[in-house]
Design a protein around this ligand. Structure first.
Ligand SMILES: Nc1ncnc2c1ncn2[C@@H]1O[C@H](COP(=O)(O)OP(=O)(O)OP(=O)(O)O)[C@@H](O)[C@H]1O
Length: 723
């Protein structure tokens, strides 16, 4: 359409009148102004910038129209070719490098996801270690190599599965840079599993709460992986190649970094290889522009992944060595030696007042305890091994808490023959569990040792553990397994023949009275049933020595008696049992010998009757008075007059309890016949309705001995307050 109007006005009117979309209606136009006489023209080609080729098309049409007009040839036609100039090779390479940033973002996201995935493998390990379940497995004969190998194989299978899914996704989304090198990418994934799993295992030893371990290890993985990759790549982009190269070497010791950098390198190298090997000219340009690419993807130089692959492989070996150094106590030992050296140096620089570890007030040495100590220290070991199945020889444990040391077990000496049930009694904190932990190898003793069937716990711990059944104070069960599965697992570990296992499971369930719960998950068990299962685990495979730490806690009276029967059976078959309990009834029912621990030392040692005879304070007499009686002075006076030194313990609800001394002031023993004669007399003289005479109970012996620990503790507290 021709017009003489101003072009902008013309176009806006046309747009308004025709309506529709401006960009599709108005592509090109032209304005011609000029003077034929002076032969001067000013032509303008207009174009809509939305269309790629509109400038060239517009110019072409304008030129064609102008030539037709000037040459007066209406058939004149022009053909226009619009083609970009060829780009510089270096510009193309640069463009590919910028494009390879998507390789970086793929690597970044994979590392982010793997930070969570890798950390999740520590959850079960921390739980097993803290619940003492792994200790029980070790006691059942699991070799540490076997434990870590099977853990690794299982975790590896679980880890490699998401890696395979990722590779399927690369294929589905046609990420050809990774698909074309699937072998290398898969190798990176395999080696990442190989190195990151043992790293997580060794770090899991630092934690006691599984969820804390998961969160902290995820954060550690994210920081070591993402921050390191970002830092190195930004430094390269900023041209700070020297610093980036140094950091690259340092970060190669981190599995996360190796994986991320490796994947990004595979991606970039693929792009570079494609560009630089497309023509000879490109290859030349790449060489002259110092652009790195490797036709061998496993090359050591950039962008090969040789370094990442090698370092991932080496890391796996190093982290496994660390696990075994921890497992065999070399690393904790080195740490203890280092911290003692630092403490020693520090004490030289800043002298401290103090007399070494806080030793709890010492008990007066009892004759039986002294004799046992003497026997164990003076008899040759070869002789003792013949008579005593378990020998606890000057066992001592000092806990280091911050700057303080605390003696929990103080030179314990006990010999326990085969077929004995030995009770270790004491109030809370006396040191019983610590003793068990040292015997089971859970804790190292500070000094002294123990021998089980001649094997020294400090030198042949594995052999000791294989001969020991242990029911710890806290259950140590894997909550996802049923009771039957748990017993079956421990039976297999202890080498019970496969054919006998079903019978073993059923009989333990029946004897310990929890057969109806055998096929339920342990996590759903009540406290008492958990203790029954814990005891069953300790008894699986008939070990020669069984340690039971408060096995009957939480059991109902019926179940408790069933447990006693089961333990009595086991003892009669020749097994030595060492039991701790707060139930004196249980100790009287089960123990052939017992010791009471006070402040980490033995306060007394011997059979229940022997202890009652030695430490008993005579007889306990209970008198029942008529309900209407309100004045008890007459019976009280009667008792005090007839039984010198009589202690009236209680006088409520018409019930009077008196403690009568076994020996009279002149040293002669009080005869039972005299006791009954006087009590019969009390019926007629002071109106006693009924009476009972009983010997001092074990509980009374216990209370009289441990009262000493309480008093000592109270005195210690008072001293501290005074300080
Ligand atoms: N890991 C530890 N670090 C520091 N002190 C500890 C540690 N474990 C135990 N103790 C302390 O050692 C002492 C003995 O503890 P232990 O658990 O052996 O007592 P226990 O006789 O088994 O008590 P309970 O009857 O309550 O089980 C206690 O004073 C306790 O606080």
């Amino acid at each position: 359409m021709l017009t003489e109007e101003d072009m902008e006005e013309f176009l806006s009117k046309k747009f308004q009148s025709e309506g529709g979309d401006f960009n599709s209606q108005n592509l090109i136009s032209a304005t011609f102004t000029g003077n034929e006489t002076t032969n001067s023209y000013e032509n303008v080609a207009w174009f809509n910038n939305q269309a790629y080729h509109s400038p060239a098309t517009s110019l072409s049409y304008l030129d064609q129209a102008f030539i037709r007009f000037v040459a007066n040839r209406s058939d004149f036609a022009m053909k226009l070719i619009n083609s970009p100039l060829p780009r510089k090779t270096s510009a193309r390479v640069q463009e590919e490098l910028v494009g390879s940033l998507s390789g970086f973002s793929i690597a970044f996201n994979i590392v982010l996801g793997f930070s969570f995935l890798a950390a999740s493998f520590c959850l079960f390990l921390v739980r097993e270690r803290v619940d003492r379940s792994s200790l029980l497995q070790t006691l059942a004969g699991v070799d540490p190599f076997c434990f870590w190998f099977s853990t690794f194989v299982w975790d590896f299978v679980n880890f490699i599965t998401p890696c395979l899914v990722l590779m399927i996704m690369f294929a589905a989304f046609t990420i050809e840079e990774l698909n074309d090198n699937a072998g290398i990418v898969f190798l990176l994934f395999i080696l990442y599993c190989w190195s990151s799993l043992p790293l997580m295992y060794s770090l899991s030893f630092l934690f006691v709460v599984p969820s804390t371990a998961l969160v902290r290890l995820t954060i550690i993985n994210m920081i070591t992986g993402l921050a390191s990759i970002i830092a190195v790549n930004i430094l390269y982009l900023l041209g700070l190649n020297d610093i980036a190269e140094t950091l690259n070497w340092i970060f190669l010791f981190l599995p996360q970094y190796c994986l991320g950098q490796g994947l990004a390198d595979v991606y970039t190298n693929h792009k570079m290889v494609n560009v630089c090997t497309s023509t000879a000219a490109m290859e030349e340009t790449c060489k002259t522009s110092d652009i790195n690419f490797q036709t061998d993807y496993l090359a050591w130089e950039s962008y090969g992944v040789g370094k990442s692959v090698t370092f991932l492989g080496v890391q796996g070996v190093i982290f496994f060595i660390i696990i075994f150094l921890i497992e065999f106590d070399y690393l904790p030992l080195a740490w203890r030696l280092l911290s003692s050296a630092i403490k020693w140096l520090f004490s030289k620089v800043v002298p401290r007042n103090g007399t070494g570890p806080l030793r709890r007030t010492s008990a007066e040495d009892d004759e039986d305890v002294v004799n046992e100590k003497k026997r164990l220290n003076e008899t040759p070991l070869e002789e003792l091994i013949k008579t005593d199945r378990l020998l606890i020889h000057n066992l001592r444990k000092v806990y280091e808490t911050g700057s303080n040391s605390f003696v929990a077990v103080d030179n314990l000496c006990i010999g326990i023959p085969g077929g004995e049930c030995f009770g270790l009694l004491g109030i809370n904190g006396a040191g019983k569990t610590t003793t068990f932990k040292m015997l089971s190898g859970d804790y190292k003793s500070t000094s002294g040792t123990a021998y089980l069937e001649g094997f020294n716990i400090n030198k042949d711990l594995r052999k000791v553990q294989q001969r020991l059944g242990y029911c710890p104070q806290f259950d140590g069960l894997i909550e996802q397994m049923t009771g039957a599965e748990t017993i079956r697992m421990f039976a297999r570990l202890r080498g019970v023949p496969e054919a006998e296992i079903p019978n073993c499971v059923e009989s333990l369930g029946k004897n310990l009275h929890f057969a109806q719960h055998l096929y339920k998950n342990c996590g759903t068990y009540s406290g008492g049933n958990k203790r029954k299962l814990g005891t069953a685990i300790a008894l699986v495979g008939n070990p020669p020595v069984v340690l039971l730490d408060e096995p009957s806690t939480g059991m109902d009276p019926g179940a408790r008696r069933m447990l006693w029967d089961a333990l009595a059976d086991v003892r009669s078959q020749g097994c030595s049992i060492v039991i701790t309990s707060h139930s004196m009834e249980e100790c009287e029912a089960l123990c052939t010998r017992l010791a009471i621990m006070v402040n980490g030392q033995l306060r007394c040692l011997g059979g229940p009757q022997h202890l009652k005879n030695r430490f008993g304070q005579g007889y306990t007499i209970e008198m029942k008075m008529p309900i209407s009686a309100t004045d008890f002075s007459a019976p009280t006076t009667f008792m005090k007059q007839n039984f010198p030194g009589c202690d009236v313990k209680d006088d409520h609800q018409g019930l009077i309890t008196c403690q009568v001394k076994q020996y009279l002031p002149d040293g002669t023993a009080l005869k039972l016949s005299k006791v009954f004669y006087l009590m019969e007399k009390s019926k007629s003289e002071v109106g006693v309705m009924e009476y009972t005479v009983s010997q001092t109970t074990l509980e009374q012996v216990f209370l009289s001995l441990v009262r000493w620990q309480k008093e000592a503790a109270d005195n210690d507290d008072a001293d501290k307050k005074n300080d």
